[in-house]
Design a protein around this ligand. Sequence first.
Ligand code: P6P
Length: 355
Amino acid sequence: MTNTQQPVIPEMSLDRDCTTLSRHVLQQFESFSTEAQDLSAIMNRIALAGKLIARRLSRAGLMANTLGFTGDVNVQGESVKRMDLYANDVFISVFKQSGLVCRLASEEMDNLYYIPENCPIGRYTLLFDPIDGSSNVDINLNVGSIFAIRQQVGNDSEGEGRDLLETNAREQVAAGYILYGPATVLVYTMGKGVHSFFLDPSLGEFILAEENIQIPEKGSIYSTNEGNFWQWEESYRDFTRYVHRHEGYTARYSGALVGDIHRILMQGGVFLYPGTVKKPQGKLRLIYETAPLAFLVEQAGGRATTGEEPILDIIPSELHTRTPLIIGSTENVKLVESFIEDRVRREKETAGSQA
Ligand code: P6P
């Protein structure tokens, strides 16, 4: 909650304690339609996943075989943490016997996962990164889960999720993240503003904390891994030199996307994970990382781009498509874009002069 914001509902009022996530979703729809009920139930299951993962994280240091690596490598080529697999299994389990979600796409699974008992009627797809920033898990630093909800288009008879690969992320019905920090916070949007909920352990419920969060127009924070400096295109190096040489900027980077994005959402600034020489498309994945966060930050009045085009306009070439990400306060993102535009202009002028 930014220091200028007043609590949405008076402290500890009964009504406040009853403004749970599922009730808030119904309020967003201002109806009790089937769609409203379905999405309320889906968000409630995501909240349950968050509670289960938060509980495991809080005990991880005291339980055998909970931290550390499994010894496997996932589709991303990354070493899998035990918590990655546990969290992935949690998201699958909370949707079994729900009749809601037929398909799940996860950073931890090569292909789409189908829940057969749900598929005849389940019209929703969950796209998620079960534990993002898992390098932080073993050292008790913040990690997060990222999710997006899509409606299935067609019957997906080939089982390849073709509808997901033919549309862009403006088809997202809902998106958000769960931040496992000193408190567990769930932040979501369904296209009607961005809202945050804090898990009240005494109730076991996510309780509404702030509605219609607006990202500051401009902020002092820039969040990026400067260790990649020499891997970046010149325009990103120019931006970095600019913030080094001008007053009023400060670097904050945790190595866990959800915490870094939450800081930018609440305090303003820009997060950037550009492409590199080795990975021109960057490291972050579109359908369950950059696209959900882009939807949410744009709903909060911010901006999210690859540096060349809006994240929400990108159609994935495959399930684990990666994109560069520049996201945050509109003014800060536009400053980064200005260095890219300058580079493109200089390259055109150089090409013109050599023609
Ligand atoms: P680097 C975590 O592995 C992650 O996917 C994001 O949570 C985070 O923003 C990024 O990678 C960190 O990558 O290359 O800076 O360690």
